[in-house]
Design a protein around this ligand. Structure first.
Ligand code: BEZ
Length: 234
């Protein structure tokens, strides 16, 4: 399997400011619509940390509504939603009041304020070429130990698919708990993928045991496991 792991590289040699999957999410403290929040206070929970390009903007408003409507799904997966904006907490509160008055929905998760873009810089959300029109929607899935497990970036013009974010969380949690992978277009309940062998010996063993394992194998490198069998595997 091709990996971006470089054997000679040590933790100290890697660029410190590079945000990537597998690294600890940089900690920060910010004021929010629910008081002062520090990212690390959510250790023990999964966190979906996502940026909103601007208060009172149309696409972002639909995202807050969608995240709120599916909030229970995130709670069921032990996921804390955390949104961040470059606007002030007063403006964030005003936006949430407006959404409540128009829809009756109370946004149940904090909107954090990042007025000086310190957090945005920490997470590489801004680059020298980016101007207002080029702001983007970044989302980071962070595991209970504080490690970044997925980074997803959308253009400002395209609202995120909340069901897709839940699906990615389901896939990552499945891998974490049961060590199975998930195929393209996978949905919970559908067959999952057995991680591929890493040695010739394992590959040959898998081939010879394909029939008795009960797994559906296209070849030694692509075997499916039934979902219910997989989630009963520890
Ligand atoms: C929006 O969420 O609709 C939006 C955000 C920033 C600039 C323009 C639109």
């Amino acid at each position: 399997m091709i990996s971006n792991y470089v054997a000679s590289e040590t933790e100290n040699e890697r660029p410190k400011n590079c945000i990537t999957i597998g690294r600890l999410a940089p900690d920060f403290t910010a004021s929010s619509t629910q008081g002062v929040i520090t990212l690390s206070q959510y250790r023990g929970k999964w966190v979906l940390f996502f940026s909103q390009p601007g208060d009172f903007t149309p696409v972002s408003t639909t995202e807050l509504i969608s995240f709120t409507q599916l909030h229970q799904e995130f709670i069921n997966r032990n996921v804390q939603l955390l949104a961040i904006t470059i606007d002030s907490t007063f403006s964030d509160i005003d936006w949430l009041v407006d959404i409540y008055e128009k829809t009756g929905l109370i946004i149940p998760f904090p909107l954090m304020s990042d007025r000086n873009a310190a957090v945005a810089n920490l997470y590489g959300m801004v680059n020298p070429d980016r101007v207002f029109e080029e702001s983007v929607r970044d989302a980071f899935i962070i595991d209970p130990e504080g490690k970044i497990r997925a980074i997803i970036t959308y253009p400002v013009s395209c609202g995120r698919n909340t069901y897709e974010l839940l699906r990615v969380i389901d896939s990552i949690q499945l891998t974490q708990e049961h060590n199975f992978y998930t195929p393209a277009d996978w949905m919970p309940g559908q067959p999952v993928i057995v991680p591929p062998p890493h040695t010739l010996e394992e590959a040959l063993k898998r081939n010879s045991q394909a029939e008795i394992s009960g797994r559906n194998c296209m070849d030694w490198y692509l075997c499916y496991e039934d979902y219910n069998t997989a989630i009963n595997t520890t």
